[in-house]
Structures are given as structure tokens and as C-alpha cells.
Design a binder for this molecule. Structure first.
Ligand code: LLP
Length: 396
């Protein structure tokens, strides 16, 4: 697999995002298999990766879409998702965007009392979902914890009665409750605890069609990290939800909004070594990419496995892998043991499928990479997004 991978750079250029269709489909199926089909629906959080070809595969696998902006809603519609397969979960949305989203026919989840009242004024006598803050947060970094006292998201779970009052004032039906406590969670207990909080308050809402427990399913980025035990979570959650459903007056469905879990492992960023610098304290492996293409190491100190595809069995050396952006924080890895790197070597930065390309920028006026899909079962490569050009950046 690795020799052909390095070939891709010769054929499609460097740096290059590469995705594995088989892996993407397997992740979708793993999620769906963890729950009985008549119980749970999955809405892929497309902020993790919104490449239209990948979205098409996710659609074929039977997932819906969790969208957070009009742009995401429009993209989901563009690739063929029906309005009923799209859940809109925006934060601090203005009237114009909210109205445009409603006009697309997708259902909406609001995340403040102010937004609920505004929604009621715009669309009285309709159904709407609300996002709760269950006072529990979790995640791989402070910046991605979206529940608990520090979070700007959701309505405090203690304010259930105020939610019902605001809804009543506008004759709104609260037809769904949602939470999303954070991202990169590997601990089943945290996910279960937040679920418990939501299900405890849910009986106060008599007209629910769904309860939505957000995304946040983590993946092990580090070599010896244990994966999320999805099977156990599926079992524990199913048992708890079944108990809730047995006591509730309506046939409530369950939703999850996974992003990272679906796409992270299927993607790699291939970069080429442009310089090896043996400085006083560090050996820097300079590459032709940087945090404009994969910001996670810089933004969250995130660890991504790196392989030297051109020298896999080579003698190991401690190096720091750097990008070509004019900032000192532009490092993919600090003090990492890698097989010796030489100019022209191709490095693969793994698990880059989620929050890689979707968070990329043209900082320093460097164009974005191309994206290639390795189709299953024969791994034949297809260009699924062309490389951006400097001409694109010069365009008005
Ligand atoms: N639902 C909502 C409402 C969200 O805000 C998010 C992610 C998800 C679902 C999906 O979360 P996931 O399953 O991917 O953990 N850029 C960060 C992650 C930010 C996540 C933001 N919200 C990173 O690279 O780690």
C-alpha cells in the first residue's frame, strides 16, 4: 500500500489529501451496527469533511447530515440528501440565515432561549428542537469541550421550564432535545453520563420525536491509545434508551451526530520533504505543507502519526516535522522518532480525514492541496478535488 501511496504524489502532485473509500464505508457501518436500525439514526457532522464525493459515500451508507451553516445545508442538498435527512444545528444564527435554512425544508435545533424566542416570532406554530447544556463537558482539548459551565453552547438543562414557556408563547412544539458535550471523547462513561442527564429531563417535554446525543466519538491518534469501545457504548446506551422509550408516551427515535469517527481514519495528508536542517537544538524536517493544510497540531497540540513512505525501514532519528508557513508554531510534530528523512521523501500524516481539509486556509497565499479518493475494492485513485492554483487566489 505504501509504495503506491508515494506514487500518488508523483501523479497528482504534493501536498495531497488521500482518502480510502473502503475505510470510510467501514466506519459508517461500524456506527450503524452498534445500534439496532429501528432505534438510531446517524447524522454525519459534515464540518469534519465536506468533500462532495465523500458526502456521497456517506449518503449511500445511510447516514444523514448534521449541518451548522446555510452553506453546509446547501452542500448537503447539492449532493442529494433529502431535507428530512438534514439536521441544522447552528450557533448564534441570524434571522436571514435561519429563514434561508427553513426555506430549504430542513429541521432546526436552536441553542439559546433568545434564539428560541426569535425562531418562534419568525415561525410560530411550528416544530423545533432545542440544544441543552447538560452541565457535563468532555473532549481532547479545552477548545472542543462544548458542555459544562465554560461552554457557549446549549440551554442550561435546569431551564427546561423556561424553554416550555417560551415555546408556549409562540405555540412552538419542542419535538427534539439535543446535546453535544465535546469532541474526541474515548470514554464511554462520559458519553453515558451526559445521555443520562438528557433522558432525565426529557419526560418534561411531552411532544418529542427524537433525542439527539450529538457526536464526539473519538479515535486513537497515538499508537498505543485504546479506541472508543463502541460496542459497549451501543449496548449500554441501547439498554438505557429502551427503558426511556418504554416509559415515554411517543415512539421517540435516537440520533447521533458523529463527524471525526466517520472520516478521520480514512484520510492522510501526503507531504514532501523540502529541507533537512540540523539546528542547534532540533533537527527540522521541512515540508511543502503546513498548518494552513492541517491545523490540528498547531491549534490543539494534536498528535498525528507520521510515516516516511520513502524510507520505511530506515534508521530512526528524533526530528521535528515543520511546514512552510512563516510562523514558529508551524510544526506537524515535535521531537518525533522517524526513519531518517531526506529531501524529496514523501511523508504520510495519518488520521487527517477529519478537520483537515475542512479547516484549511490559504494563509501566506499558499493554495490548498488536491484531494484523491482510493476507490474500493481496487484502490484505484480518482481526483475528487483539484488543486487550488495561485490564479484562484488572484481572482476577485
Ligand atoms: N455535533 C455538533 C453540534 C458539533 O458541534 C460537532 C463538532 C459534532 C456534532 C461532531 O463532533 P465529532 O463527532 O467530530 O467530535 N476541530 C476540532 C473539532 C471541533 C468539533 C466541533 N463540533 C478538532 O479538530 O479536533
Amino acid at each position: 500500500m505504501s509504495a503506491p501511496e508515494a506514487e500518488l504524489v508523483r501523479r497528482f502532485g504534493s501536498p495531497l489529501y488521500v482518502y480510502d473509500e473502503g475505510e470510510l464505508r467501514a466506519r459508517c457501518r461500524a456506527l450503524r451496527n452498534a445500534f439496532a436500525p429501528e432505534l438510531a439514526d446517524f447524522f454525519y457532522a459534515m464540518k469534519a469533511n465536506s468533500n462532495p464525493h465523500l458526502l456521497g459515500i456517506v449518503r449511500e451508507e445511510g447516514l444523514g447530515i448534521d449541518a451548522v451553516s446555510l452553506g453546509e445545508v446547501r452542500m448537503a442538498r447539492h449532493v442529494g440528501f433529502a431535507p428530512t435527512q438534514i439536521s441544522f444545528n447552528g450557533n448564534n444564527v441570524d434571522d436571514a440565515e435561519m429563514s434561508a435554512v427553513r426555506a430549504e425544508g430542513v429541521h432546526v435545533i436552536v441553542d439559546s432561549l433568545a434564539q428560541l424566542a426569535r425562531y418562534g416570532r419568525l415561525f410560530p406554530e411550528t416544530s423545533v428542537g432545542v440544544r441543552l447544556n447538560p452541565d457535563i463537558g468532555a473532549g481532547h482539548h479545552d477548545h472542543v469541550i462544548t458542555g459544562g459551565p465554560e461552554s457557549k453552547f446549549g440551554i442550561d438543562v435546569g431551564l427546561a421550564r423556561s424553554i416550555l414557556e417560551v415555546a408556549a408563547a409562540h405555540r412552538l412544539r419542542i419535538h427534539g432535545l439535543q446535546h453535544h458535550i465535546g469532541s474526541g471523547i474515548l470514554d464511554v462513561a462520559k458519553l453515558s453520563l451526559a445521555m443520562e442527564v438528557l433522558l432525565e429531563v426529557a419526560p418534561l417535554f411531552p411532544e418529542l420525536d427524537f433525542v439527539d446525543f450529538g457526536g464526539g466519538f473519538g479515535i486513537p491518534y497515538r499508537p498505543l491509545q485504546a479506541p472508543l469501545d463502541l460496542e459497549t457504548f451501543g449496548r449500554v446506551a441501547t439498554e438505557r434508551i429502551e427503558r426511556f422509550r418504554a416509559a415515554y408516551s411517543r415512539p421517540v427515535r435516537v440520533r447521533f451526530e458523529p463527524g471525526r469517527f466517520v472520516v478521520a481514519t480514512s484520510g492522510s495528508l501526503l507531504v514532501t520533504v523540502t529541507a533537512v536542517k540540523r539546528a542547534k537544538k532540533h533537527t527540522f524536517i521541512g515540508t511543502d505543507s503546513g498548518f494552513h493544510h492541517l491545523i490540528r497540531p498547531m491549534a490543539y497540540g494534536s498528535y498525528h502519526r507520521i510515516e516516511n513512505l520513502s524510507n520505511q525501514g530506515g534508521a530512526l532519528e528524533v526530528v521535528s516535522v515543520a511546514g512552510n508557513i512563516c510562523e514558529s508554531g508551524d510544526l506537524f510534530a515535535k521531537e518525533r522518532l522517524l526513519p531518517e528523512c531526506h529531501e524529496g521523501d514523501v511523508l504520510a500524516i495519518r488520521d487527517a480525514g477529519a478537520y483537515g481539509y475542512s479547516m484549511s486556509s490559504t494563509y501566506n497565499l499558499r493554495p490548498r492541496p488536491a484531494e484523491v479518493l482510493l476507490s474500493s475494492p481496487d484502490q484505484s485513485p480518482t481526483l475528487i478535488r483539484r488543486r487550488e492554483t495561485i490564479e484562484d487566489l488572484l481572482a476577485p
